[in-house]
Write a protein that binds this ligand. Structure first.
Ligand code: MN
Ligand code: MN
Length: 291
């Protein structure tokens, strides 16, 4: 039986790694069902049952250089969580590695974008979510998971973030966005136009050299990913999200997968999240090989 405390095939040291996994077991800003604090370890656990050879790309993931840093501290305020994620992420970017952050609620994602160095190639964010997450502050907390796209916009600028798969928004968020101008592609538009055209549209909006993918697992339909805090029908399919990752991989600067709450599932959501991490690693490897 393998040790279940680290992600599968994460056998590289930090120094020799190309990909660095960090768990953030923090869910203090969830607004409905909690449990995302158990996400990182559930995702790790489910990563172990996959074959290392990837049928589609021919990449052997056992050869990818992946390091697992473990988890940040479990308890503390959202400010402390933000500080520790930033501190962990800075050296990862500085050394040209790709961080893969496992949440935790979506509050854990903005600090991993904020840690991106100012002098590095320009960064755009592809923000996959059922929700717009665009509140200035929620229940008195500007670091709530309901504010995460807004915090990222403040780092990268309105032209460099696109929310993808959204289907739930408040009137206040729409009013705020009239002046701030963040782009979004709704799940209804994706159903209408098809995933290929929709991803192309989103990528055309992001002119940056590098891309950061922030995946709130609730972007995916609860039929596939019900293990989450605020499930929302009419979502993306797992294959839609795989397609997004495949297309973005050549420019990928970082990835997070947030809001997996294993309390509300039988393993399918955690298994999917683990598989999407594997997909991202394989696709980045493939794009480097064919360069
Ligand atoms: Mn979210
Ligand atoms: Mn969401």
């Amino acid at each position: 039986m393998p040790r279940l405390t680290s992600f599968t095939d994460a056998s590289a040291s930090f120094a020799e790694s190309d990909f660095v996994i960090l768990g953030v077991p923090f869910d203090r800003t969830t607004s409905f069902r909690p449990g995302a604090r158990f996400g990182p370890d559930a995702i790790r656990q489910h990563s172990w049952h996959y074959e290392s050879y990837d049928l589609e790309t021919g990449i052997d993931l056992a050869e990818a250089r992946v390091h697992d840093l473990g988890n940040t501290e479990e308890f503390g305020s959202s400010e402390e969580m933000v500080r520790s994620v930033r501190d962990e992420l800075r050296p990862i970017y500085k050394e040209g590695k790709i961080p893969i952050v496992l949440g935790g609620d979506h509050a854990c994602a903005p600090p991993s974008v904020e840690a991106y160095p100012e002098d590095a190639p320009s960064l755009g964010v592809l923000y996959l979510d059922a929700h717009l997450d665009f509140r200035g502050s929620y229940l008195g907390d500007a670091r709530s998971h309901a504010c995460s796209s807004r915090r990222m916009l403040e780092k990268v600028g309105a032209r460099n973030i696109v929310v993808f798969g959204v289907r739930s928004v408040s009137r206040e968020e729409m009013d705020d966005n009239r002046s701030l101008g963040m782009s979004f592609v709704t799940s209804h538009e994706i159903a209408r136009d098809g995933i290929q055209a929709s991803v192309q549209r989103a990528l055309n909006m992001l002119k940056t050299e590098r891309l950061y993918i922030s995946l709130d697992i609730d972007a995916i339909d609860p039929a596939y990913a019900g293990g989450t805090g605020t499930p929302e029908p009419f979502g993306l399919t797992p294959r839609d999200v795989k397609f997004v990752i495949d297309q973005a991989a050549p420019r990928l600067a970082g990835l997070d997968i947030m809001e997996v709450s294993p309390l509300f599932e039988h393993g399918n959501t955690s298994a999917l999240a683990a598989r999407l991490v594997r997909e991202a690693i394989a696709r980045v490897q493939l794009s480097r090989r064919s360069r």
